[in-house]
Design a protein around this ligand. Sequence first.
Ligand code: R5P
Length: 319
Amino acid sequence: MAGHELRDLSGKLVNVTPHPTLLLGFPEYREPARRLAAAAGLGYAEVEVHRFPDGESRVRLPPGLGERVILCRSLDHPNDKLIELALAASAARELGVRHLTLVAPYLCYMRQDKAFNPGEAISQPIIGELLATWVDELVTVDPHLHRVATLEEAIPVRRAHCLTAAPLMADFLARELDAPVIIGPDEEAKQWVAAIATRAGLDYRIGDKRRSGDREVEVAFSAPPPAGRNLVLVDDIASTGRTLEAAVALLGATHPASISVLVTHALFLEGTLARLRQAGVSNVWSTDSIPHPSNRLALAPLLAEALSLPSGDRRKTEG
Ligand code: R5P
């Protein structure tokens, strides 16, 4: 592929050979994106993001983009990130990129999948349509799909990869704890809890959750776990942590050997972690879909497998 001259970020002219496929990270998601590039054998470069004092964003793409580009950014705290993604995708098209993949291990706005009250916007399909306008392919992990069966229904991209961290979690728990009982706080968690329990040959229980507000959650267990066991609460998302806290309060009364928490997406807002520790939780673990001190399971190998690039596109070393 012929090289050409471009200005680098300091304005200097450099001779650039376009990469067949480059993975572009964003500053706040640098480490997981670099791990993914390394696992997939792709070159890594970064989108420069500048936030102006008035709250607007400027994004700048690195030189040397080829026809295929993978944008890698988790969409927690999403409003600014979505706008920046739109700007980056549009700039990439301007620069001749023909195939854009978004790897967003955490996908935002998936929980508002119906109008829970009259007049509410149904965020899931609205944001889904936007994402599908910007990118051709999407890779994500354990998206909150409750009322739709497939990821494509929510995000109508040409190709959608809906991955699950359940096998990683099952193997992790088998190494960490002796015969734990897996606990899902609500029916929606059953898909992950059952998959983990089946793979690891473990027992599980599912609770019944009622949420009456952002921070008002009640959980009940019609069949509590037996006493004296290691319990692991598993959920897709820990946001305010109220779901986990409500479940921990009940499970503590069953005299367990220990209570641990394992989630895919560690938002853990508003001092959740400290409150869980105070409530007697021994371990809080998560995947690295969102950077957080509880991250213990790297998603890079799983994500790399899904990046089904034509042969020849994978590079041997990180660029
Ligand atoms: C909702 O159904 C999800 O699966 C989680 O249970 C929920 O998002 C957790 O939210 P929070 O941590 O705010 O209770």
